[in-house]
Ligand binder design. Structure first.
Ligand SMILES: [Zn+2]
Length: 53
């Protein structure tokens, strides 16, 4: 039960983290805007994952 709950919650968290506002602070806590920080890396990662999958 707890294990499944954790997976479920983890997936929800991931989804939230994957789509921060581009002008919001980056999820990594750097204090920079997302578009100035991890936006490109995240998009590249997503592109790679989509290509491999
Ligand atoms: Zn960042």
């Amino acid at each position: 039960m707890k294990f499944l709950e954790r997976i479920f919650n983890h997936k929800q968290d991931d989804k939230k983290k994957e789509e921060p506002g581009r002008n919001d602070g980056c999820w990594c806590g750097s204090g920079k805007k997302y578009k100035r920080c991890h936006l490109e890396k995240d998009e590249e990662k997503r592109r790679r994952q989509g290509g491999l999958a």
